[in-house]
Design a protein around this ligand. Sequence first.
Ligand SMILES: C[S@@+](CC[C@H](N)C(=O)[O-])C[C@H]1O[C@@H](n2cnc3c(N)ncnc32)[C@H](O)[C@@H]1O
Length: 211
Amino acid sequence: MKAPLSAYREAARYWLREVIGGMRHRRQLRAQGIDVSSVSLRQLGLDRRVAHNHAYSGGPDLERVLRDLPIGPDDAALDLGCGKGGALLTLARFPFGHVAGLDLCGEMLEIARRNLDRAGLARVELFQADASVFDDYDGFTCVYMYNPFPQGVMRQAVDAMEASLERTPRRLTLIYKNPRFHDEIVRNGVFVERCRYDHSGHPFVVYGSHR
Ligand SMILES: C[S@@+](CC[C@H](N)C(=O)[O-])C[C@H]1O[C@@H](n2cnc3c(N)ncnc32)[C@H](O)[C@@H]1O
């Protein structure tokens, strides 16, 4: 059976927008001397029980998600597992009062610092920490994750965010790309799924806190 013409048109539109647009975006980054290339766990020297590979998730897809959120100068965003700072480059172009990234790996953070400086975003704070023990979420209203670590670490991170909400009640938004451990996020009913974006290879899910 032949596919209707509209299906071909839709596929062509997808290619133009996602694939060509994505390639153009990465070319622009390279031209600025910004390195967001992927890195394997072996290259990172990390154990797969505590970490996942590095990959970039900033750019037009994340922009589309952020555009739908009410973001103002009282908001502070944290990229949990920020790697080379790719998503931070996008987060920092929205009107958050504060943007920060943490990563387990010092080498990733050095590259992130260089990338952010080259993009004129030196104000973004970076620090080295392990998300399985990090618990300093009180100053943040938005946490971003691109499938950074395995289930056990995700559970510890969600527990720490929930403890922070107990201490300091506020609106806390989670944006989780490639949400493999969605069940860990909603396990205690503190975070609920608000919306889902399927416009890229890996979906983004936005969760809001009840507290
Ligand atoms: C998929 S990359 C995400 C990069 C960035 N967030 C982006 O979207 O462009 C995941 C990053 O999480 C970091 N990571 C993995 N396990 C971690 C942990 N337990 N604590 C902190 N960072 C971790 C890795 O070093 C890697 O740089």
